[in-house]
Design a protein around this ligand. Structure first.
Ligand SMILES: NC(=O)c1ccc[n+]([C@@H]2O[C@H](COP(=O)([O-])OP(=O)(O)OC[C@H]3O[C@@H](n4cnc5c(N)ncnc54)[C@H](O)[C@@H]3O)[C@@H](O)[C@H]2O)c1
Ligand SMILES: O=c1ccn([C@@H]2O[C@H](COP(=O)(O)OP(=O)(O)O[C@H]3O[C@H](CO)[C@@H](O)[C@H](O)[C@H]3O)[C@@H](O)[C@H]2O)c(=O)[nH]1
Length: 478
């Protein structure tokens, strides 16, 4: 991808100091881009996680994104700073972005659906405690509609005389293409009540985003648009995945169907790639949050409609495992299966809600032996994800799961090692390098018949049967 950045157009901005609370996949890249495009603004990214901040201050960034290291290296120490100095960064800034995590709540009211807003509330309370004068507080995290009301209420309770405007500015970047997306966003959405606060944030983005892509709305439309955008995108993936099951039963080919319907300009070609199932930290969390909101506002039919998108995604992941087990003569017990890719998509080191976690968990429960390779995810991280998945919400691993994790999982640094002596390959992330593999060598080293299950249809056009593979993809009959 091209992550080259043009020289910023200089637009006078009244904002000189920005603080961002949360140095994660959104806070880090987003603030790096603001610093890059607005050399006249000091950007200070803070986090309570000291280890993460140390990584941001090194050349081993905590987030892998093509082009990100170049942008950070250019601005870090100039007008981009990473630290754990939360209080002073808030005190000094005129504009404070909140970019902390908002995961699905796993306890109490709304468990399994509602967003856990404790980190957002802590940020609001911290701002209330530390701020003096006037501050513009910007919601960058993805939040349920009406959260700004809670933030405003907390901020209104200060006795310091500080005053606040609250804006909603949801982030639409996708991982793996974050720099491209931040550089040329389809739109920047800003919701708010105070025109002067909206204008101040518009001025920041106007340094590089064309005016027609700067969209301003009321606060609640902005908050709700983010959840809605993710719900619509995920719905397209679930829709095409549902059709992939029908294709496998009827000798239709899902890629041909996707191409045919995508040429209808009313449908469009994007987000119609059938897969082993969508993953990532956002889609499932945000749809479940939408479902919870609909239930909260007593709209059960609407809640049920959107919940089906997640159910279809769960079905797609379990269907993939069932197909492997069925094809391998109804048992994978003690059979080595090579797992190619663990990240939830290519060009990221993020594994949150990756389909690979659930595929590996279910194969382990079938007593398969897994040999896992991913070019960007560390072995410790893969083990942690699998351990969490095998704990299944319990505090401790049971003895069987602990034994399976210890004896049936190896993490290797090469697909050839992963595939040697394997009964099957399961390709779960569409890393470009998998297309460059030495397929003859891989086939020769595998048990026969050598099965390859392609959860991304990445190798579909490579005539793998010519090497002797028994090749199975998503949404077409082999
Ligand atoms: N990951 C994405 O691609 C993406 C894209 C768009 C929107 N979002 C939304 O952006 C938000 C952040 O997502 P993320 O992926 O960057 O999360 P993340 O988990 O990578 O980062 C969040 C960071 O916030 C820090 N944090 C939590 N509480 C804090 C506090 N009180 N003070 C200081 N730091 C604190 C954590 O230590 C962590 O480093 C979420 O609401 C998410 O839904 C994410
Ligand atoms: O046709 C498709 C497109 C995507 N996926 C999968 O869907 C998941 C999500 O992909 P993508 O949306 O590209 O990545 P994210 O980083 O999760 O980005 C989504 O979630 C972000 C967090 O809210 C939003 O900001 C982005 O706009 C939204 O695209 C991944 O597992 C993909 O492999 C498919 O299976 N088929």
């Amino acid at each position: 991808m091209s992550a080259t950045v043009d020289q910023p157009i200089s637009v006078p901005s009244s904002i000189r100091k920005i603080c961002c609370i949360g140095a994660g996949y959104v806070g880090g890249p987003t603030m790096a881009m603001i610093a890059k495009q607005c050399p006249h603004i000091e950007v200070h990214v803070v986090d309570i996680n000291a280890a993460r901040i140390a990584q941001w201050n090194s050349d081993e960034l905590p987030v892998y994104e093509p082009g990100l290291l170049e942008v950070v290296s250019e601005c870090r120490g100039r007008n981009l700073h990473f630290s754990t100095e939360v209080d002073s960064a808030i005190a000094e800034a005129e504009m404070i972005f909140i970019s902390v995590n908002t995961p699905t709540k796993h306890f109490g009211v709304g468990a399994g659906r509602a967003a856990n807003l404790e980190f957002i509330e802590k940020c609001a309370r911290k701002i209330a405690e530390v701020a003096r004068g006037h501050k513009i507080v910007v919601e960058k995290s993805t939040l349920p509609v009406r959260t700004a009301q809670a933030i405003k209420t907390i901020l209104a309770g200060v006795s310091t005389g500080a005053t606040f405007d609250v804006l909603s500015n949801p982030e639409f970047l996708a991982e793996g293409t974050a720099i491209e997306d931040l550089l040329m966003p389809d739109r920047v959405l800003i919701g708010g009540e105070s025109q002067s606060a909206i204008d101040a944030l518009v001025e920041v983005y106007a340094n590089w985003v064309p005016p027609e892509r700067l969209l301003t709305t009321n606060l609640w439309s902005s908050e709700l648009s983010k959840l809605t955008a993710n719900a619509f995108l995920a719905q397209r993936v679930s829709s095409i995945n549902s059709i992939s099951a029908l294709c496998e039963a009827t000798e239709a080919d899902v890629d041909e169907v996707a191409a045919a319907i995508g040429m209808d300009s009313r449908i469009g070609p994007k987000f119609l790639k059938a897969s082993v199932g969508f993953g990532g930290s956002c889609f499932q969390k945000d749809i479940l949050n939408l479902v919870y909101l609909c239930e909260y506002f007593r709209l059960p039919e609407v809640a049920e409609y959107w919940e089906q998108v997640v159910k279809m995604n769960d079905y797609q992941k379990s269907r993939f495992v069932s197909r492997i087990v069925r094809t391998l003569f109804n048992t994978v017990s003690d059979k080595k299966i090579a797992i190619w890719g663990f990240a939830f998509k290519k060009d990221t080191n993020d594994t949150r809600e990756s389909a690979a976690i659930y595929v590996c968990r279910d194969l382990l429960r079938e007593r398969a032996k897994l040999s896992i390779y991913d070019p960007r995810v560390s072995p410790e991280h893969i083990r942690r994800e699998l351990t969490d998945a095998m704990r299944n919400g319990d505090a401790e691993l049971n003895a069987t799961s602990a034994k399976l994790l210890a004896e049936n999982v190896e993490i290797v640094s090469d697909i050839h090692v992963a595939s040697s002596d394997a009964h099957a390959v399961a390709l779960l992330t569409e890393w470009d390098e998998f297309r460059e593999a030495d397929f003859q060598r891989i086939h020769d080293g595998m048990k026969k018949p050598a099965f390859l299950f392609d959860g991304r249809n990445l190798l579909k056009d490579m005539s793998l049967s010519d090497y002797g593979f028994d090749y199975h993809g998503i949404g077409f009959s082999s």
